[in-house]
Design a protein around this ligand. Structure first.
Ligand SMILES: [Zn+2]
Length: 215
């Protein structure tokens, strides 16, 4: 089973990725992990990627494509497939990936898209509060504390990420949407997209995903 998982920040991609990995015993691969591994092991591709990252530049598509493909081709022989997270990020990457993998065991079968309205993503991300002491995560809209801004378990004052503000989030969501919408449409043309209404509780979403993948 070869899957791409796509969804905006706050769509629940991380949660469902772990569940998919456990359920189907597939290899969960994120582009972040691929970059880190190549850099850590000082591969030729990693060295090249680092020259861009050190300058604060985006790693070019061609190099990203190479690293992803290299990783997929080197999965263990008994691998049951992959779940790629954070890739393809652009239509160009998607097209290049398709071309490189067409008819091979690495070809993608299903593109899972977790669809959540922007106003809900806003609340999920901007409402998030964390307890720096015990690690409990709250949300002022969906999971408020009994006493405002104080952890229910250990009475510590909660913190939030300073870079999660309304303007920066709007930019991030806008960028995500612009880059990925063409990717989704590209795979819709190939009948590979499973669009999941991810603005529901976990079990409802999971039931939907597993029904789609098992059929
Ligand atoms: Zn706490």
């Amino acid at each position: 089973m070869n899957l791409f998982i796509m969804g905006a920040p706050g769509s629940g991609k991380g949660t469902f990725s772990s569940r998919l990995k456990d359920q189907y015993q597939i290899d969960h691969i994120s582009t972040g992990d691929i970059f880190r591994k190549n850099i850590k092991e000082n591969t030729a591709l990693g060295q090249e990627a680092k020259t861009y990252m050190d300058k604060g530049l985006l790693v070019p598509d061609e190099l990203v494509n190479k690293m992803v493909l290299d990783t997929l081709r080197n999965l263990p022989a008994d691998s049951k497939g992959y779940l790629l997270d954070g890739y393809p990020r652009t239509l160009e990457q998607a097209k290049a990936f398709d071309e490189m993998t067409k008819g091979t065991p690495q070809e993608v079968e299903t593109v899972l898209y977790l669809d959540v309205p922007n106003e809900v993503l806003n609340k999920r991300i901007l409402g998030r509060r964390t307890c720096p002491n015990c690690g409990e995560i709250y949300n002022i809209y969906f999971k408020p504390t009994k006493v405002e801004n104080v952890c229910d378990h250990c009475q510590t004052e909660l913190t939030y990420r300073a870079d999660d503000n309304e303007e920066s989030l709007a930019v991030r969501l806008g960028e995500y949407d612009r880059a990925t919408r063409p990717v989704i449409e590209h795979y819709q043309d190939q009948n590979k997209v499973v669009l999941v209404d991810a603005n529901r509780d976990f079990e409802a979403i999971w039931t939907d995903i597993s029904a789609n993948l098992n059929s």
